[in-house]
Write a protein that binds this ligand. Structure first.
Ligand SMILES: [Zn+2]
Length: 282
C-alpha cells in the first residue's frame, strides 16, 4: 500500500493561517477600530507584558451597554467575533452608549489557555476585589451600571450555540432573540440540560443569582445593577470563522434590541428555568 502524499498547504501563509492568538495583531486591530470610531481607549491593567484595554464610546454614560470577550484565553472565536463586529460597526460605535473590553486575558489568548499567567480562572474571581486584575476592572467601571451586558465565551464540548440570561424583566427574552439571529451560522445546542442546568432551545435562563461566591463576570455585573446580563457560548471545536461570525451576529441582535428602545420583543410561554449548580464552563 502506497502511503499518501503529505498534505501541503499552498499559497501565501495568510491564506490558510489565522492570527486569532496573535495578541499584538488583535490589539493593533482594536487600536485601528478606536481611531476610526472615535472611541476613548485606555489601559486598565498590564499582565505578562500585555495591556488590557478598556474602550468607551463618546456617548458612554452611567448606564451603557457593555460587551466583553477573552476572559478565557482558549476561546479565540469570542475575541475575534467582538473584533469583527466592531470593525464593521464604525457608524454605530460613533453614536453608541457603550463600553468594550475586547480582550480581558491577553496572556491566556497568547498561550491558548483558559487561565491567566498564573493559571487562575478569572471568571471565578469577579467578586474578588483583592485580585489586582479584578480590582482594576472594578475601578474602571466605578459609578457605572450597564443597562445590558454581553460576555462572550466558548465551550469546548458545546453541541451548538447557547447562552445564559439573567434578566430583571421576566417578560424579556433577549437571549432567545439573539440566538434566533445567529443560529443560521451556528445551530443552537439541542440539549435539554447544559452544564447541569435546564436549557430551552439553547437558552439557560435564571432569575436568582446562581452562586454567592467565585462569581463570573456576568453575575458580578448583574449584582452591580445591570438589568440584563447575557453570556453566550459558541462551540470551540467548530470552524473559527463560523464561531466568530455567530458571535458577531449575537451582538448585532443586542444592538438592534437596544436601538429599538430595549422593548420586549420576544415572549416565550415556558419560563422559570431556574437551576443551580457550579459546573459551568463559561
Ligand atoms: Zn469561557
Amino acid at each position: 500500500m502506497t502511503p499518501s502524499a503529505p498534505l501541503r498547504l499552498r499559497g501565501p501563509e495568510e491564506a490558510w493561517r489565522h492570527r486569532a492568538h496573535d495578541v499584538g495583531h488583535v490589539l493593533q486591530r482594536w487600536r485601528a477600530v478606536a481611531r476610526v470610531a472615535g472611541l476613548e481607549w485606555r489601559v486598565i491593567y498590564e499582565t505578562g507584558g500585555y495591556p488590557v484595554y478598556f474602550l468607551r464610546s463618546g456617548r458612554a454614560g452611567e448606564r451603557p451597554l457593555y460587551f466583553s470577550a477573552g476572559v478565557h484565553g482558549d476561546e479565540a472565536g469570542a475575541v475575534l467575533g467582538l473584533l469583527e463586529w466592531a470593525e464593521r460597526s464604525g457608524a454605530y460605535l460613533r453614536r453608541a452608549d457603550l463600553i468594550l473590553i475586547p480582550l480581558f486575558n491577553p496572556v491566556g489568548l497568547a498561550m491558548n489557555t483558559r487561565g491567566d499567567a498564573e493559571g487562575a480562572d478569572l471568571n471565578r474571581l469577579f467578586d474578588c476585589a483583592r485580585h489586582p486584575h479584578i480590582a482594576a476592572w472594578r475601578q474602571a467601571l466605578a459609578g457605572c451600571a450597564p443597562r445590558a451586558a454581553v460576555c462572550l465565551h466558548e465551550d469546548y464540548d458545546a453541541q451548538g450555540l447557547y447562552g445564559y440570561e439573567l434578566n430583571r424583566d421576566r417578560n424579556l427574552h433577549l437571549a432567545e432573540q439573539c440566538l434566533a439571529q445567529a443560529e443560521g451560522i451556528v445551530p443552537r445546542d439541542p440539549r435539554r440540560r447544559i452544564e447541569g442546568r435546564a436549557a430551552q432551545r439553547g437558552v439557560i435562563r435564571r432569575r436568582r443569582l446562581p452562586m454567592a461566591e467565585h462569581l463570573p463576570e456576568a453575575v458580578a455585573l448583574y449584582e452591580a445593577g445591570t438589568d440584563c446580563a447575557l453570556t453566550f457560548e459558541t462551540p470551540s471545536e467548530g470552524c473559527l470563522q463560523a464561531r466568530s461570525r455567530a458571535q458577531s451576529c449575537l451582538l448585532d441582535a443586542v444592538c438592534a434590541w437596544d436601538q429599538a428602545g430595549g422593548s420586549r420583543i420576544v415572549k416565550i410561554s415556558q419560563d422559570d428555568l431556574v437551576s443551580r449548580g457550579d459546573s459551568r464552563k463559561d
